[in-house]
Design a protein. Structure first.
Length: 296
């Protein structure tokens, strides 16, 4: 008679690790990862400290000279009576310079926006082939790598001293930064609507207009408004190199060591930036409300 257990495999020798062994293995792996993370944080802190020392940071020196900053802040920049008198004396000049700064930011953004829009779409990997979008990505990166202050210096040579050079510098920065942001947004769209439109025989232009742009319109408007705020801040310092705006009186006040006048210019810049931000936030809120209403 055959043994009923003869056909049953003995699996005791090939059994997997026990619960305790598996727990120990997971703990060991966790400890290794924790040690690596601690080592990375310690290494990063050491790198920052070494870099700060190379730059010349000396906390003892800063602490020893703390009175200089306190005296300038309390006795000149933040003295209410002196500041109010300076604002009254320079009110017309600061108002004119502030409006010029706003105009530089607005015109520069308006000039750069169409180029950023076109180049951003063409630089998206899901719109154009690599032979097109790769060089455009490099071009946008190169444009973005040059600070607006350097562009302002170059355009002062072209257009002379004044706000035109500042507007052109802002336009170049807008092309580089917004172009990259637009390309990244375009690459994140849902492919299903694009494939559906393309399957009907539509070309690249029609497919982009019908299936791609509707998905990124809100994001594009939001990024444009946000970058207008950034351009308002950038425009406020371009006057340092002669590109117009409130940066010039700010720079001249610094050179004259007239810190009350410096603070008056800073107040004007704060009013400008906060005003632009409030308007941009309001426009974004209206845009979001329209979008929610369209969905409902």
């Amino acid at each position: 008679m055959a043994d009923p257990d003869a056909g049953v495999d003995d699996r005791s020798g090939s059994a997997g690790p026990s619960v305790g062994e598996e727990f120990d293995r997971i703990q060991a792996r966790w400890r290794r990862r924790f040690a690596v993370r601690i080592g990375a944080v310690v290494g990063l802190i050491a790198l920052v400290l070494a870099t700060a020392r190379w730059l010349g940071f000396d906390l003892a020196y800063l602490y020893a000279h703390r009175r200089n900053l306190r005296d300038v802040l309390l006795e000149e920049m933040l003295a209410p009576a002196q500041l109010w008198a300076q604002l009254q004396a320079d009110g017309s000049t600061l108002a004119s310079a502030t409006l010029e700064t706003l105009a530089i930011a607005g015109v520069g953004t308006a000039i750069g926006l169409p180029l950023a829009f076109c180049l951003g779409i063409l630089a998206a990997g899901n719109v154009t082939p690599k032979i097109v979008h790769a060089p455009l990505r490099l071009f946008l990166g190169g444009v973005r790598a040059v600070p607006s202050m350097v562009y302002a210096l170059l355009f002062v040579i072209l257009a002379g001293l004044g706000p035109v050079a500042g507007a052109l510098a802002i336009a170049m920065g807008t092309v580089g930064d917004l172009g990259r942001l637009f390309a990244d947004e375009m690459e994140e769209i849902d492919r299903a609507p694009v494939e559906a439109v393309a399957s009907s025989g539509a070309g690249l232009l029609a497919t982009t207009a019908a299936a791609r742009l509707p998905q990124v319109t809100t994001a594009y408007v939001a990024w444009t408004l946000f970058y207008l705020e950034i351009n308002a801040r950038k425009s406020s310092v371009l006057g340092i190199v002669g590109a117009g705006g409130i940066g010039y009186p700010l720079f001249m006040a610094f050179n004259a060591r007239n810190y009350t006048r410096v603070m008056a210019a800073i107040v004007a810049i704060l009013v400008l930036v906060v005003s632009v931000e409030l308007v941009a936030n309001r426009l974004r809120s209206l845009l979001d409300a329209d979008r929610r209403a369209a969905r409902n």
